[in-house]
Write a protein that binds this ligand. Structure first.
Ligand code: ASP
Ligand code: MG
Length: 409
């Protein structure tokens, strides 16, 4: 129907984790619809279904082909989309479930880490015009050569924002098991505060530094296409439907401090990273490391070089690929020694105006030293300060830094 606001809602794995949860999501959708919205609903696989499918694959194969992994993993989202559509049908709501491919989500061809290239939204629009709720399987698409692909773990958020951008939705709402974006993980810092609004650029940094609340690529898309993005809990009662949560949008002011003073919005540690320490035979070998990373499409985080050494963080899920590549470079005589370890964890403080003077960095280093937390490799940019701390002190470091920047009330 014309003239109604189009919303994209996304429900994560815990939100659709059981038949009862799926019923609750269906109830929520009915309310949004009664409020007069057109709805596209993106779903994740139920609970730990994706982990279970991965485990299953490794029980039948030592080295499952990536293509077949994608065929397998996309099944998880198919289950939840079909079940949700059934639950809506019981409530008298006309709906249709579509896979990523059926929704026209075209991606690159790299299995398990495909990127969205474009979305042909006509099938979704057509169903919306027929007054249906359109349920789309998250985290998946299809390549130009018609192969089914997945977007990487946690990719359903990115499906949702990409659809919102392509369809010109009014906003995109990510429903999860927390009530929004907090100044630190509430499980680590119980008195952390929830933000009611956050600007895109800071949320991009928060998402990239281990906060886990949103898939980083989804926030980058929201920023690029100016899609207002909500993070909300699907576990709250239905009467508080629209109030609570965090809205990520352009130009939101985050602090009442002095006009030019630095401010902090988040403290986090990223335990999903591994530390790589290399001794290179020649400085030019650095190029080969980057070539590998580019070809394999694996990320290098916080690289640093000095006197024949190179150090950086990698994503845990790329460990096997890195080890294979580093083994080869060692064998070929480019690398004399390498170590991949879990010893260091990056702890980050995200905010604004960090490089105006040394004040914020000084407080970070100072407060950690006072708690005898040993720090290496500090780095500051205008929006982020990162230090590496030993893994077994990471949570404590987050608590100490949160205490430093947000006085307990
Ligand atoms: N089900 C996928 C995963 O567990 C995608 C997602 O939940 O966003 O990674
Ligand atoms: Mg997620």
């Amino acid at each position: 129907m014309k003239g109604m606001a189009l919303l994209v809602q996304k429900y994560g794995g815990s939100s659709v984790g059981s038949p009862e949860r799926i019923q609750a999501v269906a109830d929520r959708i009915v309310l949004s619809r009664n409020a007069g919205h057109q709805l596209v609903v993106v779903v994740s696989a139920m609970g730990n279904a994706t982990d279970e499918l991965i485990e299953l694959a490794h029980r039948v194969s030592r080295n499952p082909p990536l293509r077949e992994m994608d065929m397998l993993l996309t099944a998880g989202e198919r289950v939840s989309m079909a079940l949700l559509s059934m639950a809506l049908s019981d409530r008298g709501v006309s709906s249709v479930s579509l896979t990523g491919s059926q929704s026209g989500i075209i991606t690159t061809s790299s299995h398990r880490r495909a990127r969205i290239q474009k979305i042909y939204g006509d099938r979704v629009r057509h169903a919306l015009d027929e007054d249906r709720v359109v349920i789309v399987a998250g985290f998946q698409g299809v390549s130009e050569s018609k192969e089914v692909t997945t977007l990487g773990r946690g990719g359903s958020d990115t499906t949702a924002v990409a659809l919102a951008a392509a369809l010109g939705a009014e906003s995109c709402e990510i429903y999860t098991d927390v009530q929004g974006v907090f100044s630190a993980d509430p499980r680590v810092v119980p008195h952390s505060r929830r933000w009611s609004t956050l600007p895109y650029d800071l949320m991009v940094e928060i998402a990239h530094r281990g906060a886990g609340v949103l898939h980083p690529r989804s926030v980058e898309l929201a920023r690029r296409f100016d899609v207002p993005l909500w993070v909300r809990s699907s576990f709250t009662s239905l009467d508080s439907l629209s109030i609570e949560g965090t809205k990520i949008m352009s130009g939101s002011k985050i602090s009442d401090r002095g006009m030019e003073e630095f401010s902090v919005v988040g403290v986090s540690s990223d335990e999903s990273k591994l530390w790589v320490d290399l001794e290179l035979m020649r400085p030019t070998v650095v190029g080969s490391i980057w070539d590998f990373a580019r070809q394999a499409q694996v990320a290098i985080h916080q690289p640093s070089f000095s006197e024949g050494k190179m150090r950086f963080f990698i994503d845990q899920e790329t460990e096997a690929e890195w080890k294979k590549a580093l083994e080869k470079l060692t064998y070929e005589g480019f690398v004399s020694k390498y170590e991949v370890s879990s010893h260091w964890v990056p702890v980050s403080v995200v905010g604004e105006r960090f490089t105006q003077d040394g004040a914020a960095l000084c407080q970070v280093v100072d407060s950690l030293a006072r708690s005898s937390i040993f720090v290496t490799m500090g780095a500051a940019s205008p929006l982020v300060i990162t230090v590496n701390v030993p893994r077994n002190r990471a949570k404590e470091a987050v608590q100490v830094l949160h205490e430093t920047f947000f006085q307990k009330i």
